[in-house]
Design a protein around this ligand. Structure first.
Ligand SMILES: [Zn+2]
Ligand SMILES: [Zn+2]
Ligand SMILES: [Zn+2]
Length: 166
C-alpha cells in the first residue's frame, strides 16, 4: 500500500496559520527528542532553533548571528555554526543548499531525504518527505550503476499566496 501523502506544509497554509503554536510545537518537540536521545539542547542551541523557526523562509547563518546577538552579544560565527551542526545532526533543521540557508523540520523523529519547494517571490519553503520520489531517484541512479549518497531536491516557483497576488 502506498503511504499517505504528507500533509501540506504550514509554510503554504494561508492566513489561518497559527505560527506561534507552530514554533511552540517545534521547540517542545526538540526538547522531547533531545531528552529521548540523551543529547543536550543547550540554551544557545534552543535559541538558534527558535530563530530558525521565526518563519518558514530559510534564514542564512549571518542573519541568524545578527538576531542571536540581541540575546547573546558575544555570539560569533562559530557559535552559530556549531549550534546549526548540532540541530542538523538531530534532524531539527535542514540546510537549503541552493540558498545556503536553514529551515526548521516538522518531522525530525526519523532521518529522511526531503524535497523542498521554494517560493521565489516571498521565500516561503515547504518540505515534502515523499518516499516515492526518494525511491525513484535511487532506482534510476542504480540503473546507471550510481550509488546515491545524499539527495538534494530543491524546486523553485511560486507559493499559493504569491500566485494569488499575481
Ligand atoms: Zn508556522
Ligand atoms: Zn525534514
Ligand atoms: Zn510566496
Amino acid at each position: 500500500m502506498a503511504p499517505p501523502p504528507p500533509p501540506l506544509s504550514p509554510a503554504f497554509h494561508g492566513d489561518g496559520h497559527d505560527h506561534e503554536s507552530c514554533v511552540e510545537t517545534a521547540l517542545d518537540r526538540a526538547v522531547r527528542l533531545c531528552g529521548e536521545r540523551g543529547t543536550r539542547l543547550t540554551d544557545m542551541r534552543r535559541d538558534v532553533l527558535e530563530l530558525v523557526w521565526r518563519g518558514h523562509e530559510p534564514i542564512g547563518a549571518y542573519d541568524l548571528l545578527d538576531a542571536l546577538r540581541t540575546k547573546h552579544p558575544g555570539a560569533a560565527p562559530p557559535t552559530v555554526y556549531r549550534a546549526l551542526d548540532f540541530l542538523i545532526g538531530q534532524g531539527l533543521v535542514h540546510r537549503i543548499e541552493s540558498l545556503n540557508a536553514y529551515v526548521g523540520c516538522n518531522r525530525p523523529e526519523h532521518s529522511h531525504a526531503s524535497q523542498f519547494l521554494i517560493c521565489e517571490s516571498c521565500g516561503a519553503t515547504a518540505e515534502l518527505n515523499d518516499p516515492a520520489i526518494e525511491a525513484a531517484v535511487q532506482r534510476r541512479a542504480a540503473a546507471l550503476g550510481f550509488e546515491v549518497g545524499r539527495q538534494t531536491i530543491e524546486a523553485r516557483g511560486l507559493c499559493p499566496r504569491c500566485r494569488e497576488a499575481g
